[in-house]
Design a protein around this ligand. Structure first.
Ligand code: SAM
Length: 258
């Protein structure tokens, strides 16, 4: 990993939040040592956790993290103490860590967590596909593969693929395609390395943080007349060519004709 990548990673909010927790821990340690040395008293563990949480929340405010980090930063040390008190077997933590890593993989970097879209979105996307024979569609960040499997069923003459960076969702989507005998194809990887030029429709369900870079890539690579779709998240400052409102308060589907 190069120096620029390390610097970029340090700027991601999750790494920033972790570094703040470490800084708050050092402050509490200094406070505990100071109290013992100069006042002869010990800071009990619950008070230490509360001071730690408060310090982490304040530093997060000072460092301008998004507001929803403040309660997380405050609760984290107390939650750690509580879980520690449950005396759960250590293998459980390793198992939970491995399962969450395989599910979320590089969410701390991409800022795109896993959450699936549903049939209402798949139907809306199906209604927007061009009629042309052999239409080529990709879901960037394809999760469990629901959209691609649905479209491949509806349009057997088309080419439908998904690309997914996290191993567990990718594995599940690939197994689902194989078990269903689907022509949908799933690649494990980062969509940043996939050329968008070969697709008629690029679908994304990502996060607000990912939209500016997705737009830059789509503008640079997608052919004129093709369609970029985003479920829930608009592209800041770019007027969509179409909006399909979600039913019953569900998120909208946005589209941009290139
Ligand atoms: C909100 S989920 C959407 C899943 C799927 N598209 C759907 O509609 O059900 C976003 C997915 O994108 C994946 N993802 C995020 N960044 C990615 C990247 N750079 N390359 C490939 N997949 C990515 C995440 O791992 C996650 O599974």
């Amino acid at each position: 990993m190069g120096r620029v990548q390390v610097r970029q990673m340090m700027r991601t909010p999750a790494i920033h939040a972790l570094l703040i927790q470490l800084a708050a821990f050092v402050l509490v340690l200094l406070l505990a040592v100071g109290l013992r040395t100069f006042a002869g008293t010990d800071l009990n563990i619950l008070s230490a956790a509360l001071v730690h949480g408060a310090a982490a929340a304040l530093i997060s405010y000072w460092r301008r993290l998004a507001a929803w980090w403040f309660p997380i930063q405050f609760i984290f040390p107390v939650a750690l103490l509580t879980v520690h008190a449950l005396r759960l077997p250590s293998w459980l933590f390793l198992a939970a860590f491995l399962a969450l890593t395989c599910l979320y993989w590089t969410t701390f970097r991409t800022q795109v967590p896993f959450f699936p879209s549903g049939p209402a979105t798949w139907h809306a996307v199906a209604g927007l596909l061009p009629e042309k024979e052999g239409v080529r569609v990709v879901d960037v960040g394809s999760g469990l593969g629901g959209l691609i499997l649905h479209l491949a069923r509806l349009r057997p003459e088309g080419e439908f693929s998904g690309i997914e960076v996290a191993p567990l969702p990718w594995l599940i989507s690939a197994l689902r395609a194989r078990l269903a005998g689907s022509r949908g194809r799933f690649i494990r990887g980062d969509y940043d390395r996939l050329a968008f030029a070969g697709f008629d429709v690029v679908f994304a369900y990502l996060s607000p943080a990912a939209m500016p870079a997705l737009w830059a890539k789509a503008r640079a690579e997608m052919r004129p007349g093709t369609l970029l779709l985003s479920h829930e998240f608009p592209i800041p400052g770019v007027e969509p060519s179409l909006i399909i409102p979600g039913a019953a308060g569900r998120p909208s589907l946005f589209g941009w004709h290139m």
